[in-house]
Design a protein around this ligand. Structure first.
Ligand code: SAM
Length: 273
């Protein structure tokens, strides 16, 4: 009886008090109203500049941006950037250009921050996202940063036929495929199918890079207050590194490398065809 009352009180606190307070902050508003997984929300986490309504909104935003789970998101972006940077420069050594396909790209910050590599033409990137707003955001940011060889397209990455069509239109085949911040939203069947299709799609020696969560310190907060951009219920899938290691090995990938971040939240997985 007491337990039930406490649970109701807690629910009331999250839904009626905390939710309204959090909405005053930029990240809270994005997470609760416009969709926690949206590319714009992630750009704000990467920018790490507190913003919100009134001083209280900015203070709450600063607290949210300092949460370990948000720090881990910024850390994940840095790790992906390092892997990409390394691949681009190794390819360059062998007179090979790097062609990146970013699946569910959002604003593709980890690519856009490789400014020199894109401007020098050592890498060319295509970014796909199903959300029209993300595509517009990515296009505008890349234009503002004068990055002409990062292009954004709208598309559902679970229709790989669509990717093949895009690939034939741009006259190149990616030798790197990224999926960052995506697999947490999809079950084992969908992610396994996607990794198999990427394997088929990649040339020999091609690299897949993806991130996955094994834990999220703000799980409870997300469950209680967050909404998806489609308004659907949150279902998040946490997986351990060994799950990916086995799956990648089964599919036929080689040189599997899984990096666990310092927060024990994100795993950055890379593997070659
Ligand atoms: C959490 S954000 C990650 C953005 C970016 N990759 C990053 O790590 O910063 C997830 C993105 O996946 C996109 N997305 C989700 N399902 C998708 C699908 N089936 N096809 C294409 N994009 C999808 C969402 O629109 C959103 O922009």
């Amino acid at each position: 009886m007491i337990k039930r009352v406490l649970a109701r009180l807690e629910d009331f606190f999250y839904r009626n008090i905390l939710k309204n307070l959090l909405k005053l902050s930029r990240l809270g508003y994005g997470t609760i109203v416009t969709g926690a997984e949206s590319g714009a929300n992630f750009e704000h986490m990467y920018d790490n500049r507190p913003n919100g309504k009134f001083i209280i909104g900015r203070i709450i935003d600063k607290a949210l941006l300092d949460l370990p789970s948000v720090k881990a998101t910024r850390g994940r972006k840095e790790d992906i950037k390092r892997v990409l940077w390394n691949e681009i420069h190794n390819n360059k050594l062998m007179n090979k250009k790097t062609y990146v396909l970013d699946l569910a790209s959002g604003g593709a910050r980890y690519l856009r921050e490789l400014v020199e590599e894109h401007r020098s033409g050592d890498v060319e990137s295509i970014c796909i996202d199903k959300d029209k707003k993300c595509v517009t955001l990515g296009k505008n940011l890349a234009a503002r940063e004068q990055l002409s060889n990062i292009r954004f397209f709208r598309g559902d990455i679970f229709h790989l036929a669509h990717l093949k069509k895009i690939s034939s239109q741009i006259l190149w085949k990616p030798n790197v495929v990224i999926a960052s911040g995506l697999f947490i939203y999809f079950n084992n069947e969908a992610t396994g199918k996607m990794l198999r299709e990427i394997y088929e799609f990649l040339p020999f020696e091609g690299l897949v890079i993806f991130s996955s969560y094994e834990n999220l310190s703000s799980r409870k907060l997300m469950r209680k207050v967050a909404s998806t951009s489609s308004g659907e219920e949150w279902t998040l899938y946490y997986r351990k590194p060994d799950y990916w290691r086995d799956l990648l090995h089964q599919i036929g990938y080689r040189q599997i490398f899984i990096l666990r971040d310092q927060w024990q939240m994100n795993n950055i997985c890379t593997a070659r065809k």
